[in-house]
Design a protein around this ligand. Structure first.
Ligand SMILES: [Zn+2]
Ligand SMILES: [Zn+2]
Length: 287
C-alpha cells in the first residue's frame, strides 16, 4: 500500500489521439490521470481519454479485485474515448463508481449510454460486468473515506469541471480544459478572480496549455489556454508544482521539448516543479 500520493499521466494529448512518430516522446494518448491514494487500495482516475486503456491493461496485472472512482471532467471525445476499452470494466470482481457533472438535463449514465450506443460501439454500458454505478455529480464538496473533492465550472464550450482533490494536507487541482479569458470583460474578470482564489497555494495544478499566445489569438473562445497565460497566474497564486497538459495534436516532441526548456529556464525557481507533462510521467507527493 502507498505511503505517498502517486499521480501518473496516462494521456496528455488534447482534442484527438495522435499516433505519430514525432509525438511519441510526450505521448499520443488523450487525457487520463491516475491518483493512487496513500493507505488505500482505492484508485482515482481523472478522465477517460485513450490513455485510460493503458491504465486498464496495467491494472489487469494486479491480483485480486480492483476498486476505483472515475471522475470525468466533461464528455468531449478526447476525455471519453478510452472508456469502452478499459478491461477492468469487463470483470465482475471489480468495483467502480463513475462521475460526470450534469450536462443540462442529461446525466452520467445517459451520456455514456449514448457514447456506447450500437451506432458507435458494439458493447453497451449494461453489458459491462464490473460492479458499476453512474453518478451525475452535482456541485458541492463531497467527502470520501480517504479524500474530499469539489469542483468549479471551467471556462469551456460545454459544462466542464475543474476538480479539486484534498488528500490529507495535499491539494491537487485538475483543469485539462479551461480557457483563461483575456478579453477584459466583467464576466471574464469575475471568472479569473474566482479561479485564482480556487487554485491559491495548491500543491499540484494540472492545467490546459494547448496553445501558445500566437495560436491562442486565432482560437479565442475554443475553450483552451496558452501556456504564457497559465504560468504567471500560477506563479502569482503560489502554486507549488505546475504541470501543463492537453497538448495540441499538431505539437511535435521537438516543439514541446523546446517549450519545456524555455519554461524551465525562465521559471524553474518560481515552482518546485514546472513542465509540459509527458505520458508515463509520475509524481510522488509525500504525505
Ligand atoms: Zn479536451
Ligand atoms: Zn473539451
Amino acid at each position: 500500500m502507498n505511503t505517498s500520493i502517486d499521480i501518473k499521466f496516462w494521456g496528455v494529448r488534447g482534442s484527438t489521439p495522435c499516433a505519430n512518430l514525432e509525438n511519441m516522446k510526450y505521448g499520443g494518448n488523450t487525457t487520463c490521470v491516475e491518483i493512487d491514494l496513500p493507505h488505500s487500495e482505492e484508485i482515482l482516475v481523472l478522465d477517460c481519454g485513450t490513455g485510460f486503456r493503458n491504465l486498464g491493461n496495467r491494472l489487469c496485472k494486479v491480483n485480486g479485485s480492483l476498486r476505483g472512482r472515475v471522475f470525468i471532467t466533461h464528455p468531449h471525445w478526447d476525455h471519453l474515448q478510452g472508456f469502452p476499452f478499459f478491461k477492468p470494466f469487463y470483470n465482475s470482481k471489480n468495483w467502480f463508481r463513475v462521475y460526470i457533472p450534469p450536462q443540462g438535463d442529461v446525466g452520467c449514465k445517459e451520456i455514456l449510454q449514448g457514447h456506447m450506443s450500437s451506432t458507435f460501439f458494439p458493447v453497451s454500458v449494461d453489458m459491462l460486468e464490473a460492479d458499476l454505478n453512474w453518478e451525475t455529480f452535482v456541485k458541492g464538496k463531497r467527502d470520501f473515506e480517504h479524500f474530499s473533492i469539489d469542483y468549479m465550472w471551467a471556462n469551456h464550450t460545454v459544462p466542464t469541471a475543474i476538480y479539486k482533490f484534498t488528500i490529507g494536507e495535499r491539494v491537487i487541482v485538475f483543469a485539462p480544459d479551461n480557457e483563461l479569458p483575456l478579453d477584459g470583460s466583467e464576466a471574464s474578470q469575475t471568472f479569473i478572480e474566482k479561479f485564482r482564489s480556487y487554485i491559491r497555494g495548491v500543491d499540484v495544478l494540472i492545467h490546459d496549455a494547448q496553445f501558445n499566445d500566437e495560436e491562442y489569438a486565432e482560437r479565442i473562445g475554443w475553450g483552451h489556454s496558452s501556456w504564457e497565460q497559465v504560468i504567471p497566474l500560477a506563479k502569482e497564486e503560489g502554486i507549488h508544482s505546475l504541470y501543463l497538459t492537453h497538448h495540441d495534436p499538431d505539437h511535435s516532441d521537438d516543439y514541446l521539448q523546446k517549450m519545456d526548456e524555455r519554461v524551465n529556464s525562465l521559471h524553474r525557481t518560481d515552482f518546485e516543479d514546472i513542465c509540459f507533462a509527458k505520458e508515463g510521467q509520475a509524481i510522488h507527493l509525500p504525505v
